[in-house]
Design a binder for this molecule. Structure first.
Ligand code: BES
Ligand code: MN
Ligand code: MN
Length: 449
């Protein structure tokens, strides 16, 4: 047995300890947990033999640690995030979100797959090499953030201002999914996004809907009208110019996607638990998910939602909305287009204001470089199958900054599975993927060294 196989139990216990810290970045009352989760990662990296520190600024601490004892060998930037999404709805969890529990071959808990479990894969891979050999085949710099789930604004400015300190040849990210169980996968494309609140105001106070109905503007109705004006019933976005920069996938990529093992019925009924799929007619499913922009409503607040009936015309309403962007859309331009479309769709009698909460560019990585090829080889070896290249509909804001500010490609080796329930109740990580992930990353570092 090698170090990795001998230490399964220790790895699992370590991960559980990290998972018990509810480091929810969207809720300010969890600031102390954010700090504890950052310190946990730093301690792990120090114990593994790296030199590191917390980088404190305006946002949540960044964890930085490095080992640079391999002159002449490549330098890798290992990225992950220690923050997690809120766990609600709580009553749908089979075991409490921050009391990790192993059931069968899976570990359940918030952050298991996204992204503490996967970040831990990187940490343990490096630890194993250092513990058994006293050195690494490559140089490594870890950069682990605590704001990914809220837009990652601060890490972006850090990366922009510290290119010398972060200088590397490629970034390694474990924060994506395998396309199917047992199928080693590298993700080469992510969508970007613009996330915003739509604030609509009508009269300056709530009004009796009988006394004023027929004359008073209704902000709730206005929110609905604006939303319906921005995307038609076919799922086609109606924001002028929005598709102008959308680059279609190459014929080669389309062919490769069509060959991926995929059961649309299982996807719809088992994975999503839905009745049928929707979206732009005539565009293949994977293309809709990976290479087309979206417009989605996440929540609408306002008016009366309590028990029973209350006849009121609310004075204001707010909707949380977002669009996902694909190459070569630009978040600033998309924001302008969205703002204009909102103004145009706004009905009489109300005002509509769009407040952008965060945005991120899309990213598309050219896979023809030795860092990605070696990753594909390492994953194929460990999983015993050829590695597939996919894109993902999700977003990891920092990937575009790695490209733009540091000029390096990101190698996205994901060990999550499609049914991991990211951001949802009963998030899990498949433990065989956890252990194989650690070995695959270790093998990868060796191949590059
Ligand atoms: N790890 C996910 C993104 C992801 C999920 C990529 C699955 C590929 C496959 C990440 O933590 C995430 O959830 N990102 C947010 C970003 C946003 C808040 C800026 C997202 O995509 O909604
Ligand atoms: Mn993530
Ligand atoms: Mn996430």
């Amino acid at each position: 047995m090698n170090y990795y196989q001998e230490n399964h139990a220790a790895f699992l216990e370590g991960l559980k300890a990290w998972l018990r810290i509810p480091s929810i970045s969207t809720l300010s009352e969890h600031k102390p947990d954010i700090r504890r989760a950052a310190e946990f990662a730093l301690n792990e990296l120090r114990a593994a033999g790296l030199a590191g520190e917390l980088i404190e600024g305006e946002g949540n601490p960044l964890v930085f640690a490095e080992w640079t004892g391999a002159p002449g060998a490549p330098t890798l930037l290992l990225y992950g995030h220690y923050d997690v999404q809120p766990p609600d709805p709580l009553d749908e969890w089979k075991s409490p979100p921050f009391e990790p529990e192993v059931r069968g071959n899976d570990i359940f808990g918030r952050g298991t797959s996204d992204d503490k479990g996967q970040t831990y894969i990187l940490i343990k891979a490096v630890e194993g090499l250092l513990k058994t050999r006293g050195k690494l085949p490559v140089n490594v710099k870890f950069l682990i953030e605590g704001e990914e789930e809220t837009g990652g604004e601060h890490i972006e400015s850090y990366v922009g201002t510290k290119p010398a300190r972060l200088k590397s040849d490629a970034a390694i990210i474990c924060d994506t999914e395998m396309f199917a169980p047992e199928l080693p996968t590298i993700c080469i494309g992510l969508r970007g996004m613009v996330y915003a609140e739509l604030h609509v105001e009508g009269a300056n106070h709530d009004l009796h809907s009988g006394v004023y109905g027929g004359a008073a503007p209704n902000p709730m109705q206005a929110v609905a009208e604006i939303i319906c004006a921005l995307k038609d019933r076919d799922g086609h976005i109606q924001i002028p110019g929005f598709y102008d920069r959308v680059v279609p996938p190459s014929p080669k990529e389309r062919e490769a996607w069509a060959r991926l093992p995929f059961d649309e019925r299982d996807y719809t009924e088992k994975e999503m638990g839905a009745r049928e799929l929707v979206g732009e007619p005539g565009i293949a499913l994977l293309e809709r998910l990976w290479a087309r922009p979206t417009f989605e409503v996440h929540g609408i607040r306002g008016g009366f939602t309590g028990e029973g009936a209350k006849t009121v015309i609310p004075a204001r309403a707010v909707a949380k909305i977002s669009t996902r962007l694909v190459a070569d859309q630009d978040p600033a331009e998309a924001t302008e287009q969205l703002k204009k479309a909102v103004a145009q769709a706004c009905p009489r009698g109300v005002t509509a204001e769009l407040k952008v909460l965060h945005s991120a560019p899309p990213s598309l990585v050219n896979p023809d470089n030795r860092f990605i090829h070696a990753a594909a080889d390492a994953m194929s070896e460990v999983f015993g199958k050829p590695t597939v290249y996919i894109r993902s509909g999700g977003s990891i804001p920092i990937v575009a900054a790695f490209e733009q500010s540091l000029g390096i490609p990101s190698v996205m080796m994901g060990f999550g599975l499609p049914d991991d329930n990211l951001h949802a109740p009963n998030e899990k990580l498949h433990l065989p993927n956890f252990y194989r992930g650690i070995e695959a990353v270790a093998r990868y570092l060796d191949l590059l060294g």
